[in-house]
Design a protein around this ligand. Structure first.
Ligand code: AMP
Ligand code: MG
Length: 351
């Protein structure tokens, strides 16, 4: 049975609820909890059986390692070797949406690291998550709270849909602040393995140099981060990325006779223009506010599956700052399906 702990408003039972969740973690159970990025599905990082259960529940490939969540620098140093020159920087940048990959301590089970000698860890900037880790007294290994390949949960309603009856507890604190997963940064060569809301500019500011963009490398036989080789974030319905002048999309649609056959996902501005020629729209927010787009992206991808239309079309966004992470998630959600105003819309319909 899954216990649902409602912490959506400041409640008098908050401490008691977090204490119960921490008891579950300590005794080898699984708890779904909020972070500032997305919800996580967590277990004690030192309990191999419990961590194995996370892989089973998510349907996650065994070589796709888990991120370990810590509540203090001391705890972080019990999980991995943080190079001395980065210790002060991390004390400053944490808590936050920055995951670092470092050499793992012997005590970290291979199940957590997916068999690698390195471990990924971060300190989440969410008071419930931090309190849960502190009270558990152990680091918590927690991948994103989604069934493998599906979009991550940014609210508890969706986390319940994925995990009710499969985990011991779900902490419901409403929707998460950021909406896309943390940036994964390998410290040994300052490489971003997965883009997130902690942007290359943030790395440059805090670490004193620009990071390498390892996530962008194509066709490598061994990807630097195991998660890179798996399909991700996809709704069940096909979704196509529109590349081109978004202003021309309504006329392309009308010309091709495809009006009313798809759901459009995009900025508030584009949704207004697409209303008349789509079966419906999912509004991601103001185009000039990319953090709003990031915040709404996964819930829109999930909402696509409950629409009547057979497929979705999603807008491209400016690839700078957090836009790099937004486009990374969108491309994966589309599994390389796209169409452009140059190639025309017919290819899409046949696809
Ligand atoms: P998730 O927790 O579901 O957001 O995914 C964790 C991401 O971190 C995946 O893309 C993993 O491949 C990546 N990751 C975790 N541990 C490591 C590691 N030791 N080396 C490289 N990437 C890692
Ligand atoms: Mg994930």
């Amino acid at each position: 049975m899954t216990m649902v702990l409602n912490l959506r408003s400041a409640s008098r039972t908050k401490t008691r609820s977090i204490r119960s969740a921490a008891d579950i973690i300590r005794s080898g159970g699984i708890v779904v909890f909020p972070t500032e990025t997305v919800y996580g599905i967590g277990a004690s990082a030192f309990n191999e059986d419990a961590c194995r259960k996370i892989y089973r529940i998510k349907g996650r490939a065994p070589d796709n390692p888990l991120i370990v969540h810590v509540s203090s620098m001391k705890m972080a140093k019990s999980v991995g070797d943080i190079p001395a020159r980065y210790s002060r920087i991390l004390s400053h940048e944490w808590p936050g949406p920055l995951t670092v990959v470092v050499k793992a301590k012997e005590s970290v089970p291979k199940t957590v690291t997916g068999g690698l000698r390195t471990v990924a860890m971060r300190m989440p900037d969410n008071s419930i998550a931090l309190e849960l880790i502190k009270r558990s007294g152990v680091p918590i290994a927690a991948p994103s709270a989604n069934i493998s390949k599906r979009p991550s949960s940014t609210d508890a309603t969706n986390a319940k849909r994925y995990f009710m009856g499969k985990v011991d507890a779900i902490i419901d604190s409403g929707s998460t602040e950021i909406g896309i997963e943390s940036t994964v940064l390998r410290l040994s060569d300052l490489s971003i393995l997965r883009p997130g809301s902690y942007t290359p500019e943030h790395v440059r500011e805090a670490f004193g140099r620009w990071p390498k963009m390892a996530f962008a490398s194509k066709g490598v036989s061994r990807p630097p981060s195991p998660g890179m080789k798996y399909r991700h974030y996809s709704p069940e319905k096909p979704i196509y990325l529109f590349i081109g002048d978004i202003g021309r999309l309504p006329s392309i649609i009308k010309r091709s006779g495809s009006s009313g056959k798809f759901t459009f996902i995009g900025s508030k501005e584009s949704c207004a223009a697409m209303k008349s020629c789509s079966a419906g729209v999912l509004d991601l927010g103001n185009r000039s506010r990319p953090h709003e787009i990031a915040h709404n992206l996964f819930s829109a991808l999930i909402a696509l599956d409950s629409k009547k239309s057979k497929f979705g079309i999603i807008e491209s966004f400016d690839e700078s700052g957090i836009g790099i992470a937004i486009m990374n998630r969108i491309r994966k959600a589309c599994s390389n399906k796209y169409f452009s105003d140059e190639k025309g819309f017919c290819n899409l319909i046949e696809g």
